[in-house]
Design a protein around this ligand. Structure first.
Ligand SMILES: *[C@@H]1O[C@H](CO)[C@@H](O)[C@H](O)[C@H]1NC(C)=O
Ligand SMILES: *[C@@H]1O[C@H](CO)[C@@H](O)[C@H](O)[C@H]1NC(C)=O
Ligand SMILES: *[C@@H]1O[C@H](CO)[C@@H](O)[C@H](O)[C@H]1NC(C)=O
Ligand SMILES: *[C@@H]1O[C@H](CO)[C@@H](O)[C@H](O)[C@H]1NC(C)=O
Ligand SMILES: *[C@@H]1O[C@H](CO)[C@@H](O)[C@H](O)[C@H]1NC(C)=O
Ligand SMILES: *[C@@H]1O[C@H](CO)[C@@H](O)[C@H](O)[C@H]1NC(C)=O
Ligand SMILES: *[C@@H]1O[C@H](CO)[C@@H](O)[C@H](O)[C@H]1NC(C)=O
Ligand SMILES: *[C@@H]1O[C@H](CO)[C@@H](O)[C@H](O)[C@H]1NC(C)=O
Ligand SMILES: *[C@@H]1O[C@H](CO)[C@@H](O)[C@H](O)[C@H]1NC(C)=O
Length: 897
C-alpha cells in the first residue's frame, strides 16, 4: 500500500533538497574541495616555510584548497600549485633557496608553476624520480642555475616544460626526447651549449619549441622536420651553423619560424615551400646567401612578418613580396638584393600600418607606388634615382641614394658608376646630361694652351701621315643621327682644328677631353678598371661626370707607333656607321700618351660574351643562344660590308676576330679594333698576282678585303663550333682539319658532329647552323680570289635557309657548280677544293689576292648584278640572296668608282 501522504512528503523533501542544493551549491562544492590529506597539508606548510611565502597569499587557519592563492585541488588532493610572481616574506628574502623537497609528498600534483619566483639553485635530480605525475613544470625566470638533470626525461607525463630565462648551463640532455607528450618546450635565454639533440625528432606532439638565446652550436638536426604539429620554432640567437635543412619544409603546421642571429649559411632551400601555414619568418643576421627561390612562399597571403636582414642575399626579391596584403613587416635590409621596384603594384590600396626596411641593398631605378602602403619606410643606402613621389611617407628614410632634391645622397661618381656597371645611364640627379665639366675662366684658358700645344706637337706627324694615308676618302654616311653617343657636347669652333691642309678633321672626332677628366673617369687608370692590354693600347673602363660610361684607350707612344692612333683618328674622321664603335672623343694633350674615348659596350666583345658565368651559384657557363649568334654574325658582316663596299677605296679592317666584334646592350655589333684599318691595296694593280697567302708569308703588310673575309670565316666557324680563339697557326690548321670535313653542302647532319655542345638547336635552327657553316667554309677558301665578297656573305647570313633549303633545282645547281658560273661560284667556290687543302694564314700578316680572275663571268642566269638595292624587291629569290657575281675585276672597278 502506497501512502498518498508519504509520497507527498517525499516529493516535498526532494523539492527542498533541490532548493537547498541550488542555494548552497557553491558551499557544498567547496566542502568537497577541502583538503583531506594530512600529508599534503603538512607538505604545503613545509613549502610555505621553506620558500618563505607570505600569510597574505597562503593564510593560516583556513582551508588551502578553498582559500590559498594558486592552490587547486581535486578530490581533496592538491593538483596544482602556482606561486608565479609571489613575493617572499622579509625573512624569506634574506636567504632565498630552491627548497621544494615537500613537493614530493603531493601524489596527484599535475602542475607546478613557480615562474618569476626566485629559486636560486639547480633543478633537483629527484624531480625525475618523484614528480612523475607532473604535466606542467614552469620554472621560467627563477634564476635557476646548473645543468638540466638527465632524470627530467623520466617525467613522461609532461606536456609543458618551461625553463626559460634562467642561467642553466651544460648541454641539453638527450633524454628530453623521451617526453613524448610534450607540447611546449621552452629552454630559451639560458647558457645552454652543445648541439640540439637529435632525439628531439621524437617529440611528435610538440607544437612549440623555443631554444633561442643560448649558446648552441652545430647544425639544425634534420629530425626536427618530422615534428608535424610544430607551430612555432625559435632557434634564434645561438651559434648554429651549416645550412637550413630542407626538411624544415615538412613542418606543415608551422606558423612562426625564427632562425635569426645564428651562423647559418648557404642557400634558402626551395623546399621551404612546404611551410603552408607560415605567417612569420625571421632569417635575419645570418650568412645566408644566393637569391631567394621565386616560389619560396607557397601561400603568401598569410605572411605577416618577413625578416631577412643582414645576410648575404643577392639577386632580385621575388615580386610577390611587394603585394602581400597582410604583410606588416618586410625587413630585408643589409643584403645585396638588387633590381627595380615593381611599377604596377597589386596592392596600391590604402596605407596599412606596415613597415618596410630595404635599406643597405642595391636597389635602383625610380621609386614606385608599391611604397604607398607602407607607413614606415627605410630606403637608405640604395641607388634609387629620380624624384621622390608624394606617396612616399614623409618620415621615410631616404639617405645615401641617388635621388633628386634630397640631402645626404651618394656622389655623382658613385651613382654613375653603379648604373654604368649595369649598362644603365644614371639620370644625373635630373640635371642636364653633360660630359663637359663646367668651364671656369682659368680652366678654359688652361685648356686652350694645352690644345695648342697638342696641335703644334702633332702637326709635323700629321703632315707626314697625310701623304701616307689620307688619300682615303670614305663615303661619309652621316644621314642618320649622331652615333657618337648621348650627351656629347658641341665642340667649340676652332678648337682642335689643325692648321689648314691637315686632313684629320678634329671637329668630327667627338669631344676634347682633358687628361684630368680621364683620370677622374677611370679612377686614375686603376688596374681595377683595366679591360685589357690591346695591341694598340690599354683599354680602361670609366664613367664621365655626367654618368656616361666610356672606354678609354691609353696609347703609350713609347711602345706603340704613333701612326696607329693617327690612323685610327683618321678613320673616325672619315667614317661613321652604326656598325662601328662610336668614338666619343680624344685627349692628345700629353706628349707620350694619347687617349681615345669610346662609347662603353655593355656586352664586351664576342670572345668574352660567347660564354659567360651564369648568374646561378654553380660555376656553369652560359653560352649565347643561336639566334644571338646569328644576329652577331649578320651585324659583323654589315660592318665589314660597309667598309669593303661602301667606302672608296675599300677599307680593309685587318683585325677581324672575336675580340674586335664589340656588342652593345642588345648584342648589336659595333666593330672595334680600328687602328690597323687601311685602304685596300692594289689600286691599279689588280692584275698583279701574288701568292703570299699560300706561302704563309709574313712579309710587308698588305691589305685585301679577302683577308677580312678569311678572318670572318674563322669567326663564323667559331660561332658554329663554340671555339673562337686559336692561338697558333698549327692549332688553327688542326682545328680546320677537324672541322671543315664535317661541313658539306650535301649532308646537314654532318654539321652536328662539330656543333658547339652547349648549343641547343632544333631541326629548324640546325638548317641555319648548317648554312653558317657552309658560309664559313667558303670564306676559308685558301685562294683569296675564291672567297665570297662580304656583301654576298651578308645576304647569305640574312637568309640562311635560302642557302641550304633551295628546292631541288637549287640543290641541283649546287652540285653543278661548274655550269654557267652561277652565284654559288661566289659562295661555294671552295667546294671543289679537297678538304685537306686548308689555308692557314698567319694572323699577323695580311694577304694579297690573285687578282680575282677566277670568277667566271656569266650574266645569263642572274638579273641581279650584286650592287643594287635588294630591298626594292620584297620577294627575294635565292639569286638575290647570293647574287651571281660579275667578274671580280668588275666588282673591284665598281667599288673604286
Ligand atoms: C574562504 O573562501 C570563501 C569563499 O571563497 C570565503 O567565503 C571565506 O570567507 C574565506 N575564508 C577566509 C578565512 O578568508
Ligand atoms: C614528505 O616527503 C619527504 C621526502 O620524500 C619524506 O621524507 C617525508 O616523510 C614526507 N612527509 C610525510 C608527512 O609523509
Ligand atoms: C601519466 O598520465 C596517464 C594518463 O593521463 C596516467 O594514467 C598515468 O598514471 C600518469 N603517470 C603518472 C606517473 O602519474
Ligand atoms: C630516471 O632517469 C634516470 C636517468 O635518466 C634513470 O637512471 C632512472 O632509472 C630513472 N628513474 C625512473 C624511476 O624511471
Ligand atoms: C599527442 O597528442 C594527441 C592529441 O593531442 C594525444 O591523443 C596523444 O596521446 C598524444 N601523444 C602522446 C605520446 O602524449
Ligand atoms: C659559447 O660557447 C663558446 C664555445 O662553444 C664559448 O667560448 C663561449 O664563451 C660561450 N658563450 C657563453 C655566453 O657562454
Ligand atoms: C655585397 O656584395 C659585395 C660584392 O660582392 C660584397 O663585398 C659585400 O660584402 C656584400 N654585402 C653583403 C651584405 O652581402
Ligand atoms: C626641392 O625641395 C624643396 C623643399 O624640400 C622644394 O621647395 C623644391 O621645390 C624642390 N625642388 C624640386 C626641383 O623639386
Ligand atoms: C640623361 O640621359 C639619360 C639616358 O639618355 C636619360 O634617361 C636621362 O633622362 C637624361 N637626363 C636628363 C636630365 O636629360
Amino acid at each position: 500500500m502506497v501512502d498518498q501522504r508519504s509520497i507527498g512528503v517525499a516529493l516535498l523533501y526532494c523539492l527542498l533538497l533541490l532548493l537547498f542544493e541550488s542555494a548552497f551549491g557553491q558551499q557544498v562544492q567547496q566542502q568537497q574541495q577541502r583538503l583531506s590529506s594530512g600529508i599534503e597539508l603538512t607538505a604545503l606548510f613545509e613549502l610555505r616555510s621553506s620558500l618563505g611565502l607570505r600569510s597574505k597569499d597562503w593564510p593560516r587557519k583556513v582551508d588551502p584548497c578553498s582559500n590559498w592563492t594558486g592552490i587547486s585541488c581535486e578530490n581533496g588532493s592538491v593538483i596544482r600549485i602556482n606561486i608565479s610572481g609571489f613575493r617572499r616574506t622579509r625573512l624569506g628574502r634574506l636567504n632565498p633557496q630552491f627548497a621544494v623537497n615537500s613537493l614530493a609528498n603531493f601524489t596527484n600534483l599535475i602542475s607546478f608553476n613557480a615562474s618569476k619566483f626566485l629559486l636560486p639553485g639547480s633543478i633537483p635530480d629527484w624531480f625525475g624520480q618523484r614528480l612523475l605525475t607532473l604535466q606542467v613544470l614552469d620554472l621560467s625566470s627563477c634564476s635557476v642555475t646548473g645543468v638540466i638533470p638527465l632524470s627530467i626525461g623520466n617525467m613522461t607525463n609532461l606536456t609543458s616544460l618551461y625553463l626559460s630565462n634562467n642561467r642553466l648551463t651544460g648541454q641539453i640532455p638527450a633524454t628530453l626526447g623521451q617526453l613524448l607528450s610534450l607540447s611546449v618546450l621552452d629552454l630559451s635565454n639560458n647558457l645552454l651549449a652543445g648541439s640540439i639533440p637529435s632525439s628531439f625528432g621524437s617529440l611528435r606532439n610538440l607544437t612549440s619549441l623555443d631554444i633561442s638565446l643560448n649558446n648552441l652550436t652545430g647544425p639544425i638536426p634534420l629530425g626536427i622536420g618530422v615534428l608535424s604539429k610544430l607551430q612555432s620554432l625559435n632557434l634564434s640567437s645561438n651559434s648554429l651553423t651549416s645550412s637550413i635543412p630542407a626538411q624544415l619544409g615538412d613542418l606543415r603546421s608551422l606558423v612562426d619560424l625564427d632562425l635569426s642571429s645564428n651562423g647559418l649559411s648557404g642557400l634558402v632551400p626551395q623546399d621551404l615551400r612546404g611551410l603552408r601555414n607560415l605567417q612569420r619568418m625571421n632569417f635575419g643576421n645570418n650568412s645566408l646567401g644566393g637569391s631567394l627561390p621565386v616560389n619560396l612562399f607557397p601561400s603568401p597571403s598569410q605572411l605577416q612578418f618577413i625578416v631577412l636582414r643582414n645576410n648575404n642575399f643577392s639577386g632580385d626579391l621575388p615580386e610577390v613580396l611587394w603585394s602581400i596584403p597582410g604583410l606588416n613587416v618586410l625587413d630585408i635590409s643589409h643584403n645585396n638584393f638588387t633590381g627595380k621596384l615593381p611599377s604596377n603594384s597589386a596592392s596600391n590600396g590604402s596605407a596599412t600600418a606596415a613597415e618596410l626596411d630595404i635599406s643597405q641593398n642595391k636597389f635602383y631605378g625610380g621609386l614606385t607606388s608599391v611604397l604607398s602602403r607602407f607607413t614606415s619606410t627605410d630606403l637608405s643606402g640604395n641607388y634609387f634615382e629620380g624624384r621622390v613621389p608624394d606617396y612616399v611617407h614623409e618620415n621615410a628614410s631616404l639617405s645615401t641614394n641617388c635621388l633628386q632634391n634630397v640631402t645626404d645622397q651618394r656622389t655623382l661618381t658613385d651613382c654613375a658608376s653603379f648604373y654604368s656597371a649595369r649598362g644603365l645611364i644614371f639620370d644625373n640627379f635630373g640635371r642636364p646630361n653633360s660630359t663637359e665639366p663646367p668651364v671656369t675662366e682659368s680652366g678654359k684658358s688652361n685648356r686652350n694652351t694645352i690644345i695648342l700645344a697638342a696641335v703644334l706637337g702633332g702637326v709635323g706627324l700629321i703632315v707626314v701621315l697625310i701623304v701616307l694615308l689620307l688619300l682615303v676618302s670614305c663615303a661619309r654616311r652621316r644621314s642618320t643621327t649622331n652615333h657618337r653617343g648621348i650627351g656629347v657636347g658641341p665642340v667649340p669652333a676652332g678648337e682642335g682644328t689643325p692648321s689648314p691642309g691637315v686632313a684629320i678633321n678634329f671637329s668630327s672626332l667627338g669631344d676634347l677631353f682633358t687628361y684630368q677628366q680621364l683620370l677622374q673617369a677611370t679612377g686614375d687608370f686603376s688596374d681595377a678598371n683595366l679591360i685589357k692590354h690591346g695591341h694598340s693600347g690599354d683599354l680602361f673602363r670609366g664613367v664621365l661626370e655626367g654618368g656616361l660610361p666610356i672606354v678609354v684607350k691609353r696609347i703609350d707612344l713609347q711602345s706603340i707607333k704613333k701612326e696607329a692612333y693617327l690612323l685610327e683618328l683618321d678613320f673616325f674622321s672619315k667614317v661613321s656607321h652604326t656598325r662601328v664603335v662610336p668614338l666619343l672623343g680624344h685627349c692628345l694633350e700629353k706628349e707620350n700618351e694619347k687617349f681615345l674615348v669610346y662609347k662603353y659596350m655593355p656586352n664586351g666583345d664576342l670572345s668574352s660574351s660567347l660564354y659567360r658565368k651564369s648568374n646561378s651559384e654553380d660555376d656553369s657557363l652560359k653560352s649565347l643562344d643561336w639566334i644571338t649568334r646569328l644576329k652577331i654574325a649578320i651585324g659583323a658582316a654589315e660592318g665589314l660590308s660597309y667598309l669593303h663596299h661602301e667606302c672608296t677605296p675599300p677599307l680593309v679592317h685587318r683585325d677581324v676576330q672575336a675580340s674586335s666584334i664589340l656588342l652593345d646592350d642588345k648584342f648589336e655589333v659595333r666593330l672595334g679594333s680600328l687602328s690597323v684599318v687601311c685602304a685596300q691595296e692594289g689600286d691599279g694593280h689588280q692584275n698583279r698576282i701574288t701568292r703570299t697567302s699560300e706561302q704563309g708569308s709574313s712579309g710587308p703588310s698588305t691589305a685585301l678585303c679577302a683577308y677580312d673575309v678569311y678572318c670572318f670565316g674563322k669567326v663564323l666557324l667559331g660561332l658554329v663550333t663554340g671555339k673562337l680563339d686559336t692561338s697558333s697557326d698549327t692549332e688553327t690548321k688542326e682545328w680546320f682539319e677537324q672541322t671543315l670535313p664535317y661541313i658539306s653542302i650535301y649532308d646537314k647532319e654532318l654539321v652536328t658532329k662539330i656543333l658547339d655542345p652547349s648549343l641547343m638547336v632544333d631541326e629548324d635552327l640546325l638548317e641555319e647552323v648548317w648554312a653558317m657553316a657552309i658560309v664559313a667554309r667558303s670564306c676559308l677558301n685558301p685562294k683569296p680570289s675564291r672567297r665570297p665578297l662580304m656583301r654576298y656573305i651578308l645576304k647569305a647570313l640574312e637568309n640562311p635557309l635560302r642557302v641550304v633549303r633551295e628546292d631541288n633545282s637549287g640543290s641541283a645547281r649546287l652540285r653543278t657548280t661548274s655550269s654557267r658560273g652561277s652565284w654559288n661560284a661566289a659562295l661555294f667556290g671552295s667546294w671543289r677544293q679537297s678538304s685537306s687543302d686548308v689555308a692557314v694564314i698567319p694572323a699577323a700578316s695580311t694577304t694579297k689576292a690573285e687578282g680575282g680572275s677566277s670568277f667566271k663571268h656569266s650574266g645569263t642566269t642572274g638579273s641581279h648584278n650584286g650592287s643594287g638595292d635588294h630591298s626594292s624587291s620584297r620577294r627575294r629569290h635565292s639569286r638575290e640572296i647570293c647574287p651571281e657575281p660579275p667578274e671580280a675585276q668588275d666588282i673591284e672597278r665598281q667599288d673604286r668608282d
